[in-house]
Design a protein around this ligand. Structure first.
Ligand code: PHE
Length: 348
């Protein structure tokens, strides 16, 4: 009888080992395990045949069953390991990594278009002999208005334009207060430019509540309007091209007399004033674009800083950095400069 059990065991073991070899994944292996080693498995079922054995035969038969179970168990464990290894190998060969490839590196930042435009303006004017001066963005009424000959009732002080802070402090509405600060410090001759942020209550596609100007000031004996014209014409032709038309129009600023607004020929329609569909939208049909304000320093300003206006004369100008950049690069919305959209910034 013991022999019959041994034969059955051998047959089951052979069958089990063959099935283990054929099982190609973890789920199939688990099915094999349940079938042979589970509570209702074939090797468990064989114990039921023990009733036919004599008491002497049972311990030896039990050992054999256990030994067979152990071998099947071991075979499943080995197969599991090799199936897992095969899965891993397949995954690795699907995603081959060449660790010797050069890395992508981290993207390098670059200069903001307005900072680049400011540098370009300062480089051009620097080459003409101007050096850089600086002043605070939080200004007092005296430097921003009064010393620039803007009396208290002047419309430029209107709440609509100026961000007032408190106690006579405000955000500077232009870079012209730097003129006053420089003249309070040094005696002529002087040639300075002052780049920086300025603030006005204004917000649409050509106006931003914060924008940038470059101020210019030259003071010496014998400075006249021809010096102003030469410097600004040279600056504009360096910036917009040597053939760019430049025109000076009479204008008014409280701190310059006479004053001028300076135009360049429209860079969009080439000065014709028309596009294919009608009037040029950028110059509104005039063929000209206003680009900066300028003039001879008003003697009243010299009085405020203690310069002798009989001896000295000078000219001043103010350029809008965004305006120049927009015209030079054909940008129609000033807010693009401040939205920090990489797709915009990366074009410069
Ligand atoms: N400060 C003037 C403005 O912001 C520009 C200007 C500067 C005009 C210097 C004349 C002289 O509009």
């Amino acid at each position: 009888m013991a022999d019959t059990i041994q034969q059955q065991l051998d047959a089951i073991e052979q069958d089990a080992l063959a099935q283990v070899e054929q099982a190609g994944d973890a789920a199939l292996l688990e099915a094999v395990r349940v079938r042979f080693l589970g509570k209702k498995g074939e090797l468990t079922a064989i114990l039921r045949g023990f009733g036919a054995l004599s008491a002497d035969e049972r311990p030896a038969a039990g050992k054999r069953v256990n030994a067979t179970k152990q071998r099947v168990h071991d075979a499943i464990a080995r197969r599991e390991a090799s199936v897992a290894e095969a899965v891993r190998a397949a995954r690795l060969s699907g995603h081959q990594l060449d660790v010797t490839l050069p890395s992508f590196g981290s993207p390098a930042g670059h200069i903001h278009p307005l900072a680049a435009m400011t540098r370009e303006i300062c480089d051009t004017l620097g080459a003409l002999g101007f050096s850089i001066a600086d002043g605070p963005e939080i200004e007092d009424d005296y430097h921003n208005f009064e010393a620039l000959n803007i009396p208290p009732e002047h419309p430029a002080r209107d709440m609509q334009d100026t961000f007032f802070i408190e106690d006579g402090l405000l955000l500077r509405t232009h870079t012209s207060p730097v003129q006053i600060r420089v003249m309070q410090e040094v005696q002529p001759p002087l040639m300075i430019i002052a780049p920086g942020a300025v603030y006005r209550i204004d917000d649409d596609n050509t106006h931003s509540p914060m924008f940038h100007q470059v101020e210019g000031l030259m003071v010496d004996e014998g400075i006249n309007f021809a010096h102003l014209k030469y410097v600004l014409t040279t600056f504009l032709r360096e910036t917009f091209g040597p053939d760019s038309p430049v025109r000076f129009r009479p204008s008014y600023f409280p701190f310059t007399e006479p004053s001028a607004e300076v135009d360049i020929g429209c860079v969009i329609c080439g000065g014709k004033g028309r596009s294919e569909t009608g009037n040029c939208r950028v110059c509104k049909g005039t063929g000209w674009l206003e680009i900066l304000g300028a003039g001879m320093v008003d003697p009243a300003v010299f009085e405020h800083v203690g310069y002798d206006s009989e001896r000295y004369s000078g000219f001043a100008f103010g350029v809008g950095v965004e305006r120049i950049a927009m015209l030079k690069y054909g940008i129609s919305d000033i807010r693009l400069f401040f939205a920090n959209d990489q797709r915009f910034l990366e074009q410069f």
